[in-house]
Design a protein around this ligand. Structure first.
Ligand code: 6PG
Length: 413
C-alpha cells in the first residue's frame, strides 16, 4: 500500500509519516530529504519555490514510489504535494499498468492523506520550529499554492498524533491490481489459506463467509483442489453473506454454487456448513433464523466477526444483496435482512453493511471492465453508500480489494 501524507508546512507530515510507517511495518520517505541544495537554499532565504524548482524534486520522489510499487512493498511518503498537478506526477500511471503477471500485483493507486489545520495553528507551529528551512513567512505562499485534493482522507491535523494515526489506519484501503480473474483467484486463495490457518491456530476454528455470483468460482475451485490439503477443513465453518430465496438445489442458489465448486470437494463436516434457511416459507422468518444462527455462533456482540468474508460487487456497486437505495443500506441493528432486489431473483437474504464490515478479514474480488466505474465509485473516499453500497464495506486493516486491470481502469488518478 502506498500512502502519501500531504499538506502545507507545519501540518505534521514529518511527525505522522514515520508513525504511520511504523504502524504499517514499512519504509518511510521524507520527501523534503530529496530537495536539491538549490531548493533548500532558496527556501532558507524565504523565497517560495516555483513549479520548475519542484519538478525534479517530485520526479525523484515518484521514482521511489514507482520502485516500491514495482517491488510490491508498502511505502509511506511525506510530501507537501501542494497542487493536483504535483500529485499527478507522484501517481503517474505506474500502479495499474505495471507488467502484470500472476506473481505481480501492483497497488491500485495512492492512498492520499491530507493533514488539514487552520492558518493560526500552522503559523504557531512554524514559529516554534527553529531548525527547519521552511520559515513561518513562507506559510502564506504555501497556502496560496495549495489545491485541496479531491479524493483524499482528510484529517484534522490539530488532533493528537495517536488519534490521527488511528483514524488514518481505519480509513486506508489496500487495493491490489492483478492481470485477470485467474490471478485474482490465485492471490485470494493464497491469502485465504493463510487467514484460515491463522484463525485455526489462534482460536481453534475459522469462520468463512462466502458470496454468490460468478467471480468467486475460481477461488472456490482452488481452495478445493490445489489448496485442499493446506486447510484443516474439519475446523472451518462456512456461512454466506447473502442468498437468493430459492431452494438449495436451484441453479441460482449461492449455496448450490459453493457446493459444486467447493463443498463437494473438501471434508468440511456437514454440521459446519451453515446455509441460509431458504426452505422456510417466509423470507422474513429465514432472515430472523439466520440472524439467530450467527448470534449463537459468535456469541452476540456487535456483528459476526467472520475470520474471512469474501465479497463481490455488482456493476451498480451493490455488495452481497445490499442494493442501491434499498432499505438494507440504512439498517444498523439487524445482522440479516430479507430484501426485494432489482435482480433476476428478487427475494433475497443478506447480511447488512455493519454485519458484513464486522469481519476480521474482508477480501473483495472484482473483475472485468464493466465493473470499473463501480470500483472507482465504491472506493471514493466521499462515496454515498446509499448509491454505492459497496462503499459501505469497512476500510482499514484486514480489508483487501483484489481487482483485475480491467476493473481497475477507473482508479487511474
Ligand atoms: C450474489 C452476490 C453478489 C455478487 C455480485 C457480483 O448473490 O449475487 O453475493 O453480491 O457478489 O453481484 O456478482 P458476479 O461475481 O457474478 O459479477
Amino acid at each position: 500500500m502506498i500512502v502519501v501524507v500531504i499538506g502545507v508546512a507545519g501540518s505534521g507530515k514529518s511527525t505522522i509519516g514515520p508513525m504511520l510507517a511504523r504502524a504499517m511495518s514499512c519504509e518511510f520517505l521524507e520527501g523534503d530529504s530529496l530537495h536539491p541544495p538549490a531548493n533548500i537554499e532558496k527556501m532558507s532565504r524565504g523565497t517560495p519555490l516555483d513549479d520548475d524548482d519542484r519538478g525534479p524534486w517530485l520526479s525523484a520522489i515518484h521514482s521511489i514510489i514507482a520502485d516500491a510499487d514495482k517491488r510490491g512493498v508498502s511505502l509511506v511518503v511525506a510530501c507537501s504535494a501542494l497542487k493536483q498537478s504535483y500529485r499527478e506526477i507522484l501517481s503517474s500511471g505506474v500502479f495499474i499498468r505495471g507488467p502484470h503477471d500472476a506473481d505481480y500485483a501492483s497497488w491500485g493507486g495512492i492512498n492520499w492523506v491530507y493533514l488539514k489545520a487552520s492558518k493560526e495553528i500552522l503559523r504557531r507551529r512554524l514559529q516554534e520550529r527553529t531548525t527547519h528551512f521552511m520559515k513561518a513567512g513562507m506559510l502564506d505562499s504555501q497556502l496560496d499554492a495549495f489545491e485541496e485534493p479531491s479524493n483524499a482522507i482528510v484529517i484534522d491535523a490539530a488532533a493528537p498524533p495517536d488519534a490521527i494515526l488511528e483514524r488514518i489506519l481505519g480509513l486506508l484501503v489496500e487495493v491490489r491490481v492483478v492481470a485477470d480473474l485467474d490471478a485474482i483467484s490465485a492471490q485470494a486463495a493464497s491469502a485465504a489459506v493463510d487467514i484460515i490457518n491463522g484463525a485455526v491456530a489462534a482460536r481453534g476454528r475459522c469462520s468463512l463467509a462466502l458470496s454468490g455470483g460468478d467471480t468467486p468460482r475460481g477461488l472456490h475451485r482452488l481452495l478445493g483442489s490445489q489448496h485442499r490439503e493446506h486447510i484443516p477443513w474439519e475446523r472451518v465453518h462456512i456461512f454466506w453473506g447473502d442468498e437468493r430465496y430459492v431452494p438449495a438445489d436451484h441453479p441460482e442458489s449461492n449455496y448450490r454454487m459453493a457446493r459444486e465448486t467447493l463443498l463437494f470437494h473438501v471434508p468440511c463436516p456437514p454440521e459446519n456448513i451453515h446455509a441460509m434457511p431458504t426452505h422456510l416459507s417466509a423470507a422474513a422468518e429465514a432472515a430472523a433464523t439466520y440472524d439467530k444462527v450467527l448470534k449463537e455462533f459468535f456469541g452476540g456482540g456487535d456483528g459476526p466477526a467472520f475470520d474471512l468474508n469474501v465479497l463481490g460487487i455488482g456493476e451498480d456497486a451493490h455488495t452481497a444483496s445490499v442494493f442501491p437505495w434499498s432499505p438494507a443500506v440504512d439498517e444498523r441493528a439487524r445482522w440479516v435482512m430479507n430484501v426485494q432486489a432489482k435482480a433476476a431473483i428478487a427475494t433475497r437474504l443478506t447480511l447488512t453493511l455493519p454485519a458484513l464490515s464486522r469481519s476480521v478479514n474482508i477480501q473483495v474480488l472484482v473483475a472485468g471492465p464493466r465493473k470499473a466505474s463501480a470500483v472507482r465509485d465504491a472506493l471514493a473516499i466521499d462515496a454515498n453508500p446509499r448509491r454505492y453500497p459497496a462503499s459501505g464495506i469497512r476500510r482499514g486493516r484486514g480489508v483487501v480489494w483484489w481487482v483485475d486491470s480491467a476493473a481497475a481502469e477507473g482508479l487511474v488518478d
